[in-house]
Design a protein around this ligand. Structure first.
Ligand code: FES
Length: 574
């Protein structure tokens, strides 16, 4: 493809012509103290930054944006930083998932409405990766994703602590009376020791790795700890490379092919990645015009074992994964299963990007001959309880629950469950199947991460640590257990989960990929006829728009008016 000339740049329409409007644009740049030497003939690189003072995972991104700018200037570009919604996973309520599409819209429209030729996307905390990438895909200009990188390992009394995973573990121990209040308070200071994302294989680490496997980051970028000096160097390199991508017209549609998405799903499986990734990858693929569905994850899961020995499925943390060689080394292990000819933001193929990689710590990154878990991270089950599918993370579950039949313990919504679950007289056994309704995309709304449903207190005190739990919500990528999630269609829209009653027999057979509600069809029809949809939670504002337009989990939870590849006109400049 021919290199662009300065007059081919998108920003030329704002800055390079000689009319009344461009006078206004240039005079306002001069208002900043810039001169023609700053912009004339240079690609304008929009740095979309999800830094904020409420998002500790992105606390370093304000400084990192300066590193990106340094790289852009070195390569002859003109950097402009554009702030975007930060989506701090721990603070945003009711769920960041309610706002992923908001960020996607914001990123897309920031790029479209301004004189931007190429973009560097700064994010990492869970939904920021898919949000930024979805927006950039829909806008269609050259872009590089810069992952925020994981924080340092947590530390408590000489033990490593993993974000989320160890919180859940020790919270359960505290409920069982095995951890004191003082010890719990010590952990609060030790579990998050630096800026950066959660450092287990949660949604953040999974999505950053997926972005790299898709070809959207510089090689190795997703594994670099946020506090490592390699990180600012990677940021500057991303700035330099984005300028070149603009001249090369290397747009994301040349990178995001069906083979690239298969690569990403294979890496997801080998990483033992978060179940959340299924929703996000489907949404990103559909933005790129690729009709991906949940079954593709299940097919690949049967072919690709878990190789990364990282919590919550394994033992180590992301800092160890970096020292072990990082994602390039893991992809090298998978090289015979990946499409190595796939193009990436480097302008080179995946094969070229992983050449020379090596595994340094064999217990952290295993080989295909000696995997951590024989199958991939995610199983997709279907049956009369989830006609369009639901997901489970078999490696993170007590293995005896992979084939199970038990009576349902059903809750109508989160508050109902919260009221009942710790009652001493709750009729619950370890074989019960806990069911939570109305936690889906419309019912939550926003599909909150409630899916690791609490085990009844009396069972926790008796030593029970896992049970089969089913919901139409999601669970944090840092969570674990025999949790069956994303049930589609969801109960709020009348999916079969809505008709489960306490005492109904539920069967789960992961090997057969089957989930079954053992209730006679006539009885289910009677319950369906008597069912009434709960009242919507939001009657105005963004929540009402969300509820009206959100898709189901198996569709990627995109808005109906954002999904797909439809044409959007470039803005008129009058
Ligand atoms: Fe930001 Fe986990 S809270 S990545």
């Amino acid at each position: 493809m021919n290199r662009k000339r300065p007059e081919d740049l998108r920003s030329h329409r704002w800055l390079g012509v000689n009319d009344l409007r461009s006078f206004g644009h240039r005079s306002r740049l001069r208002q900043f103290g810039y001169d023609a030497a700053d912009w004339a003939g240079r690609p304008v690189i929009g740095i979309i930054n999800t830094w904020s003072e409420i998002n500790a995972c992105h606390a370093h991104l304000r400084a990192r944006a300066e590193d990106v700018k340094r790289g852009v200037l070195q390569a002859g570009g003109f950097p402009i930083e554009l702030p975007a919604m930060s989506l701090a996973e721990p603070f945003v309520k009711p769920s960041t998932m309610l706002y992923r599409n908001f960020l996607a819209m914001e990123a897309e429209e920031l790029l479209r409405s301004h004189p931007i030729d190429g973009s560097v996307l700064l994010g990492g905390c869970d939904k920021t990766t898919p949000g930024l990438v979805m927006g950039a895909i829909s806008m269609g200009i050259p872009a590089i994703y810069v992952p925020a990188g994981p924080m340092l390992r947590g530390n408590w009394r000489g033990e490593y602590l993993g974000s989320g995973s160890d919180v859940w573990k020790y919270w359960t121990e505290k409920r069982a009376g095995r951890i004191t209040e003082a010890q719990w308070n010590e952990m609060e200071s030790g579990i998050a020791r630096s800026f950066g994302t959660c450092m287990v294989m949660g949604t953040a680490a999974t999505m950053m790795a997926i972005a790299e496997a898709l070809g959207l980051t510089l090689p190795g970028a997703s594994s670099i700890p946020a506090a490592d000096s390699s990180h600012p160097r990677m940021c500057a390199a991303a700035g330099r490379r984005t300028v070149e991508m603009v001249w090369e017209a290397l747009t994301l549609d040349r990178i995001l092919t069906p083979a690239a998405f298969d690569n990403a799903i294979k890496v997801h499986m080998a990483m033992g990645g978060s179940t959340n990734a299924i929703i996000h990858v489907i949404a990103m693929a559909r933005r790129a015009g690729i009709a991906l569905d949940m079954q593709r994850f299940d097919q690949i899961s049967r072919e690709i074992p878990v190789l990364a020995n990282v919590r919550p499925s394994g033992k180590y943390l992301m800092e160890d994964f970096f020292y072990a060689g990082g994602l390039r080394a893991l992809m090298l292990e998978l090289k015979d299963r990946l499409d190595l000819a796939s193009m990436t933001v480097t302008g080179k193929t995946l094969a070229e990007n992983i050449a020379g990689a090596e595994v340094y710590l064999r217990d952290v990154i295993h080989s295909l001959d000696d995997p951590i878990y024989a199958e991939g991270a995610t199983a997709v089950l279907t049956g009369n309880l989830a006609p369009r599918g639901c997901v489970m993370k078999p490696a993170a579950a007590d293995q005896r629950f992979l084939k199970h039949r038990g009576p349902a313990l059903a809750f109508e919504d989160y508050n109902h469950m919260a009221r009942e679950i710790d009652r001493d007289d709750l009729a619950a056994t370890p074989d019960h199947v806990i069911v939570l309704k109305n936690a889906g995309p419309k019912g939550g709304p926003g599909m909150p991460e409630w899916g690791m449903l609490p085990i009844p207190k009396k069972l926790v005190q008796a030593g029970v640590r896992d049970m089969v739990r089913i919901s139409d919500g999601r669970m944090s990528g840092t969570s674990y257990g025999a949790c069956i999630l994303h049930v589609a269609p969801e109960s709020f829209v009348g999916g079969p989960l809505a008709f489960v009653e306490t005492g109904d027999a539920i069967e789960v057979d992961v090997a057969a990929r089957r989930i079954h509600l053992d209730v006679a069809e006539e009885e289910l029809n009677r319950r369906r006829a008597a069912w009434k949809q709960p009242a919507p939670r939001y009657l105005r504002g963004y929540g009402a728009m969300f509820s009206a337009h959100i898709g189901q989990a198996d569709e990627g939870c995109d808005f109906d008016f954002l999904a797909g590849k439809g044409q959007i006109p470039e803005p008129e400049i009058h």
